[in-house]
Design a protein around this ligand. Sequence first.
Ligand SMILES: [Zn+2]
Length: 100
Amino acid sequence: MNRQTETKAVKKALKVLGCENASVKHGTGTSWGWVKIYLDIPHGPGCTCVIHEDAPRETCDECKRLFRETRERIEAAVIKATGRNRYQSEQILVSLGFIE
Ligand SMILES: [Zn+2]
């Protein structure tokens, strides 16, 4: 699957997951084989994250779980949509952030 076709397949799979606001990019140079997905998600409904003015946020357990589950769901959907083999599947970056 060439990069353009793969980008389309990944975007389609993300839309099915309800993540149409994700951005999909391919790596260049030494990260050529990588597909990179950037997505901001809302905090969980029972979120108790602690926001500090000048220190990193303390992410609550619910949001940590949400992060992990979202990443796993996206990875699985991307592998299925692209037919990436085991080696190629290690070159999937799912970079999540929170909508603050
Ligand atoms: Zn939280």
